[in-house]
Design a protein around this ligand. Sequence first.
Ligand code: BGC
Length: 750
Amino acid sequence: MRRHLLLQDLLLILLLVLAVEAKASGPAKSGVTAQVWAKSIIAQMTMEEKADFLCGSSCPLNDALKASASTKEISRLGVRPMVTSDGPAGLRILTLRPTDIETYYTTAFPIGTSLASTWDVDMVGKIGEAFGQELKEYGVDILLGPGVNIHRSPLCGRNFEYYSEDPYVTGNIAAAMINGVQSNGVGTSIKHFAANNQETNRHSINEIISERTMREIYLRGFEIAIKKSHPWTVMSSYNKVDGSFTCERHDLLTDILRDEWGYKGFVMSDWDGGVTGNNRSDVVAQISSGNDLLMPGYDEQREDLLKAMKSGQLKMADVDRALEHILGIVYMSPAQNKYVFSNNPDLKAHAELTRRVGAEGMVLLENRNDALPLPKSSKVALFGSTSYAPITGGLGSGDVYKAYVAPVDKGLKNEGIVLDSNLADYYAAYLCYPYHTSEDYNYINEDQMNFNVDCLNTLAAANDEAVITLGRLSGEGSDRKIDDDFKLKPFERRMIENVLKAFHAVGKKVVVVLNIGGVIEMESWKNEVDAVLLAWQPGQEVGNSIADVLTGKVNPSGKLTMTFPKKYEDTPAAKYFPGEPANDPNVSYYKEGIYVGYRSYDKQNVEPSYEFGYGKSFTDFKYSDLKLSSNHFSKQLTVSVVVTNVGRYAGKEVAQLYLSAPAANLDKPVKELKGFAKTGLLQPGESETLTMTLLPKDLASFYTNQEAWIADKGEYKVLIGASSRDIRLQDKFVLPKRMMVEKVHPAFEK
Ligand code: BGC
């Protein structure tokens, strides 16, 4: 007994010595490992300090930046506060501070959907690097992003922050972003874990989702990203799954996240996550299930934590484990290591990058008779308020305080396009900018479109083409509507019709540019116009990026990461979204199961307006020489394909690998995306070989009755497509024996 005590004492003394050393130089520099440092701090913390530390708070820097919240400081032990800040499309900090007259702008990067539409992990990685530099140089330790929830319904108000309807694209784009940000020595918070797919009643909605659907669709993107990029933190979501808040689910936050996926960082709640009233949440359930940090942190939660520790309701082992997770990240943070930030990130370089990547994410949906690129020095009648006051990104925590927004009219002028100045003057009278709410934007649109026939005929006579920009703005806290949002507004229809009539009457073309953050209805009008460029909301360089594509300086190479349906009723969750009762739902049944996005359109044989993976180019590509490294699968298989530019313009192509698995005893999607690769800029006549790799889990489906990912034996079809419905080449391989890929913990309701 005595000997045991002595050893413990010695250990404590050693920890104290190390802690003193780490306090002086910053822990990472002192040679002490994160675990030893964290343990040494925990050993010295009082119960009050522990309760305090499990709740977020604010700190002077946080207040100055108006960043989201920080972790707690324990000055007695030399633990410094880490600052966290939103959000997925740029660092959200205030431009002005009370203490000086400087400005602290950040870059509005392209929204998540736009980034994903590049299908270019290298480019997204570069955005991540730039993003991370802004964090580090403004003194922020952790970015509250990326957002990786699945586009279950086109109406979700935050889809613009998220990447795709497909978990494979989502996971790989997110991994690139996280690796890029974290290469600066700052952290990310992948969010919202999990199944935060609607804004309606987001704090309380109870989602009834099968385990297979969770694992194959709503968790898979997180899994891919977390395994490939090790985000410093994970943010749990607001919603419930099968009756419990995600921030209280041990199966999700510990069994799956840590035990199955090997996650090592910490989990924070979303802001007020699990709070049911009076700033109180079930803190015992949260901490013991693995939600390590409560954000933004309330006094009531601290009190409850302390009480629960004292009564033994909350085990000290669970408390210490949560503390160790948080301190393990504090250890690496710039704040703890006394990084002296410059307040001077390279905003100019980041703007240039944004311009390039914004253009790269644009999807050319239609281009009849080579309407685009616009001929050099064209005279253009530019319609639509978003041509003059474009939308850079969505609203809410994903919004950014940027230094400027590049409008489309200026962008086009700079590229040599001659604009009809009458229209610019006309619109100037209506604009109200910036848009603080979606009403700001909607308001201007209501009034402005009173062009009469004579006026349009004059414009058609005086110009070579018409370009119409249509915008959409949505954000946190509410979902989009079908009328006047998913569907065109009456005045938008009128404008398209009238402009078409006037311009087509004199043989001139009409191009539509979509400055939107989510899917809209296009079936009723897409065939009338000559070209449609889906520009998304590509960040602060919006007008320049659009001009680059319209004028052909950049050949569009983006592809859709979601399906555009012919009508809302075709979308797989249409009957169930946003839940029951419809006017104020408290429960949402995910009855479409794993059949989300193209998985549903394929299965139900429903023709979409534009399919997942679709996107045109000014040039054409030929696919050839599909090669599989083997026609039998054992541990992995390599697929290669040659892509050749057979058209007139230099361009890039995204090749997609879909796998069609043998059905065996399980209902499976017709095909699923399991690989993609993008060429470099291919000159006419030039070829590139693209290589993709299939791993066992890519073959597997989740068998709930066996709690396992299993790859069934049989024939697997490899489909190489320019989109999910434009399959250019195919081959097959055989899995000779059923393969148990991974056995997992039972989770969720069955
Ligand atoms: C949002 C999060 C965000 C947090 C902090 C919440 O309302 O859902 O995405 O990171 O606020 O601003």
